[in-house]
Design a protein around this ligand. Structure first.
Ligand code: VG1
Ligand code: CO
Length: 540
């Protein structure tokens, strides 16, 4: 069936797909226009195969039905869909690669809350399994501005609770177990016997799935295959509103896990993941692991896991992520790449075999096993390392800092600002950048300041305006950028980093260690003055 439509404003994908209020997504033609634009901008769906699934949030199932009917009406050959339309983002990436499909549509707004009054989103991934690169998202956006019609099959809903093959028109729909292939991939990368022996020896863990998509994955892998005690995985049932939780694995939103890990009789290891399962937070007994440090520790110890025995080809991190992993790369004699924020910038490096591990400060880490960040993968790599080293998380971290020095790191988020105020703060600092090198701020000398631009070393594409950075002598940095995943107002992110080469007595007082950076940021950007806020809303 052909339906006439007209362009809808603002369908511009951000850092990771198109994210909007759920009600807007549910409004007449909104989802349809965007999906048709994806097909149109990528050469049409005729004869193609796709993977479809999402994180289980409100509208996930009905949106999946619409996409299936649209794929059928656009002439697609086959769609592989997770049972009940569930697929974690990394599992979807794996299925795209495993089945050599032409791409996939992932229904998720990731760590944003879900529900009728919260957020929904759609990400389009290409045939390599990774998020569409900027050239593709720009073509999709351009198409949303010209669209006049979309196609949708006038058919009944597919029974997505039933594993097996069904048909819509001439298109085959394969409903599959969302966990099986992903779990098999994890078994191929890690020493499950060793990890199982560690659990059998009394190792205790808590995994908080935050009522989002990783629950079924974590239960199968940690409890069934690795023998972790039943009940290790909590909040394991994916719920349309994530149980009212905010499925963002950080010390603020995963408070219950933090309290348990810092409380009496804490387990040995704690972890949490986000709405769509691509992020992870890792916590030891009484010690929090910052994502930047986690990436560095994983890089330094990856060879302990069978999948990485041959060593790493290189590592990549987003620009705001701390340079801790760069120090590991230097010690290993491998390349370290610095990319803009968002996983789409890692794809070329992974495809070209230039990087094996990638990571971001926002609780994302992954490797060349898929083309997305992967929450459970990071947790399993940690478990494999713990099983090999037979040390606690605290011992491993402290040994790492003794060897490499410590990059004290924190991100301060100012949320729900007016767009004018946020762009004003950015503009103010941007205007000062050229004059900063050589100046002394809070007793520290600025050695470089710029608006980060990235030239992809593989295809030469250039991404500009990717965050303001001020670099001080000795490896300390300030970075400021606006979030590209929000659905209301603006979120300003301030990233603070201070490198300390040896033991300094600062211990785990991260905010105290960063006090000079926090003062320097205020002196240069005046965030608190401009926003009238006394401090950030979220500190990670
Ligand atoms: C945030 C993070 C970024 C991450 C992105 C998508 O983007 O900072 O590192 O890649 O979310 O993650 P932004 O533009 O809001 O800073 V997810 O888990 O939403 O797919
Ligand atoms: Co996510």
């Amino acid at each position: 069936m052909r339906v006439m439509t007209r362009p809808i404003d603002g369908q511009k994908p951000g850092t990771s797909g198109l994210r909007k209020k759920t009600k807007l997504f549910m409004s007449d033609g909104y989802l349809e226009n965007f999906i048709q634009s994806v097909f149109d901008a990528t050469g049409g769906a005729t004869g193609r195969t796709y993977v479809v699934g999402g994180d289980g949030r409100y509208f996930n199932d009905s949106a999946a039905q619409v996409i299936l009917k649209m794929a059928a009406a656009n002439g697609a050959k086959r769609v592989i869909v997770g049972r009940n339309a569930l697929l974690s983002t990394p599992a979807a990436s794996h299925l795209i690669r495993l089945n050599r499909t032409d791409g996939g549509l992932i229904l998720s707004a990731s760590h944003n809350p879900g529900g009728p009054d919260e957020d929904f989103g759609v990400k389009f991934n290409t045939a390599n399994g990774g998020p569409a690169p900027e050239a593709v998202t720009e073509a999709i956006f351009a198409r949303t501005g010209e669209i006049r019609e979309y196609f949708v099959a006038d058919d009944n809903d597919v029974d997505l609770s039933r594993i097996g093959t069904q048909q819509i028109g001439g298109m085959e729909v394969s409903v599959i177990d969302p966990v099986a292939d992903y779990a098999a991939l994890m078994e191929s990368l890690f020493d499950f016997d060793k990890i199982r022996a560690m659990f059998a020896g009394g190792f205790r863990m808590r995994f908080d799935a935050m009522c989002a998509v990783t629950g079924p994955y974590a239960r199968e892998i940690l409890e069934r295959r690795l023998g972790a005690e039943p009940g290790t995985v909590v909040n394991a049932e994916p719920l349309p509103d994530f149980g009212g939780l905010h499925p963002d694995p950080n010390p603020t939103w995963a408070r219950a896990l933090m309290d348990e890990m810092f409380g009496p009789d804490a387990p040995d290891f704690g972890a949490a993941s986000d709405g769509d399962g691509d992020r992870n937070m890792v916590v030891g007994r009484g010690i929090y692991v910052s994502p930047s440090d986690s990436l560095a520790v994983l890089a330094a110890n990856a060879r302990l896991a069978p999948g990485y025995r041959a060593g790493l080809k290189g590592v990549a991190r987003s620009m705001p992520t701390s340079a801790a992993v760069d120090r590991v790369a230097a010690a290993l004699g491998i390349a370290a790449y610095e990319t803009p924020t968002g996983w789409k910038f890692f794809g070329n490096l992974l495809d070209a075999g230039r990087a094996t591990l990638c990571g971001e400060e926002s609780f994302g880490a992954g490797s060349d096993h898929v083309r997305e960040k992967d929450g459970l993968w990071a947790v399993l790599l940690w478990l494999n390392i713990l099983a090999e080293r037979k040390e606690s998380v605290a011992e491993i971290l402290n040994a790492h800092w003794r060897l490499f020095g410590r990059n004290y790191y924190s991100r301060h988020d100012y949320e729900a600002l007016s767009v004018e105020v946020a762009t004003g703060v950015m503009g103010g600092l941007r205007g000062k950048l050229a004059g900063l090198p050589g100046q002394i701020v809070e007793g520290m000398k600025v050695i470089a300041a710029d608006d980060f631009a990235y030239t992809d070393p593989v295809d030469g594409s250039v991404a500009r305006g990717q965050g303001l950075r001020v670099v001080f002598e000795g490896g300390s940095r300030l970075v400021m950028r606006l979030s590209g995943t929000g659905t209301e107002g603006a979120t300003l992110r301030l990233y603070l980093e201070r490198f300390v080469a040896g033991p300094d007595g600062l211990g785990d007082a991260v905010q105290e260690a960063l006090a000079p950076m926090i003062r320097a940021a205020e002196a240069l950007a005046g965030i608190r003055t401009a926003t009238g806020r006394e401090g950030p809303d979220v500190i990670t």
